[in-house]
Ligand binder design. Sequence first.
Ligand SMILES: Nc1ncnc2c1ncn2[C@@H]1O[C@H](COP(=O)(O)OS(=O)(=O)O)[C@@H](OP(=O)(O)O)[C@H]1O
Ligand SMILES: Nc1ncnc2c1ncn2[C@@H]1O[C@H](COP(=O)(O)OP(=O)(O)O)[C@@H](O)[C@H]1O
Length: 198
Amino acid sequence: MILQFCGLSGAGKSTLAKLVREKLSRKGYIVEILDGDEYRQTLCCDLGFSKEDRKENLRRMAFVAAQLSKHGIITIICAINPYEATREEIRNAYSNVKTIHIDCSLATLINRDTKGLYRKALLPDAHPEKISNLTGVNDPFEVPKDADLYVNTDHYNIGECAHQIASFTEKHFVLCTEMESKVVTNVIPLTSYQSSVI
Ligand SMILES: Nc1ncnc2c1ncn2[C@@H]1O[C@H](COP(=O)(O)OS(=O)(=O)O)[C@@H](OP(=O)(O)O)[C@H]1O
Ligand SMILES: Nc1ncnc2c1ncn2[C@@H]1O[C@H](COP(=O)(O)OP(=O)(O)O)[C@@H](O)[C@H]1O
């Protein structure tokens, strides 16, 4: 299973992914997080923030996610993932992909500004520290029309949001042997999966 998060910087993707991993691990699930921040320092260190580069970033992350997902690992793609076409491409390319929109208002994000990115993006154009291409400020975010789950981190606290995602994941988790080809065979009930990993 692949959880394709999307949402603006600071919306809570990494925080919630870690908490969801913690909650699900306690129940015997194996969860891996592919974090955009980490991938951009390693596998995707050649990429910037143009539309094409973001698309390529997601393509690589989705490929890795699918490799892990084939083995029953719940894999969270934790990236801004701003374009509908890219999200759709990932949904079409791999099996059991769920899109989770981690939403938060820009006003709250500017207030949180955990990485100082919003301050820099909002500087005057000529300022030497000014950054461009910050999603939600000077780069687009296409709101998903058909997210499988919508989580609002303005209105719900961290614990409540993590609970919403973990419950959703448990409800939709199936372990298949032929994930990639979309031929869903040998669906193993969770109970036998859990007893085999514990
Ligand atoms: N324009 C710009 N300039 C500098 N830094 C930026 C910019 N946009 C994003 N970031 C930072 O990069 C982190 C990873 O981005 P992503 O890989 O998730 O982006 S994308 O999915 O490819 O659109 C992203 O991580 P998060 O803050 O966790 O979302 C940001 O810290
Ligand atoms: N309901 C919430 N869910 C997730 N994070 C929240 C929430 N409320 C406040 N926060 C805070 O917002 C920040 C989100 O940062 P982070 O998880 O790194 O976001 P992202 O990965 O989307 O860039 C953290 O400092 C976190 O404590």
